[in-house]
Design a protein around this ligand. Sequence first.
Ligand code: MN
Length: 259
Amino acid sequence: MKKLLSIAALLLVSAAIFAQAGKRPVIGISSTWGEGTSTSAPLTYVESVIRAGGVPLVLPITLDPAIMAQMLDRVDGLIMTGGEDIDPLKWFGEEPVPGMGEIVPARDSFDIALIRMAVGRGMPLLGICRGHQLLNVAFGGTLYQDIPSQVKGSSVKHSQKAPRYYGTHTINIEKGSLLNKQIGLEKVAVNSYHHQAVKDVAPGFKVTARSVDGIVEAMEKIGSTKVFSVQFHPEGFTASNIDTFLGIFQHLVKEAGKK
Ligand code: MN
């Protein structure tokens, strides 16, 4: 009887291991509030995660840290998505300039708390556009609230009027950086839909790509292969089956599968 039980236990354990081996890493995707009545994230992020071999899971905004912690228990990595401006007064102590855009205070609070919690746990994290700026602010960096009115001599159009799968301005990428390894390029044309930008880089992070006017287009956490961000929108290409930036998502999914 005892022997039968141990055989049964062994079978159960093997089944569990096989199930685990076939499991794809789960990537949490941050979302926004449709005027407080819905949770939404663009499908381009969802499709990019799937194309990179991960399982997408959209995370709704909550202000309860215990709920955030349990969300993180269930994902292996995070994408902090693009979206609204970040409240300068609350998060980096600056009065708003006239060019500042729409802000969603609850989203700021959720996103920043989630980023700090996830990075504190050593979880892989990719910040995109707003997510790139949030990562910087969450660890003590600051932003330009509005490039056209605040960055003297910016000669590049960062708010493109072109399809999301189409690159309109160049970035120069640091050789040996995560982004360089992910896409295998030192120079590439990216899409661009932002008027805020990283100003002072947070301690512990380094710039890995810039546009020709000096705007920070990518960052990574120093000494980490897990935490990185881009100002452009790689999901706009990846979801349209253009593979130039697929490596960014594949790297995230690979890191998420490591634990
Ligand atoms: Mn740009």
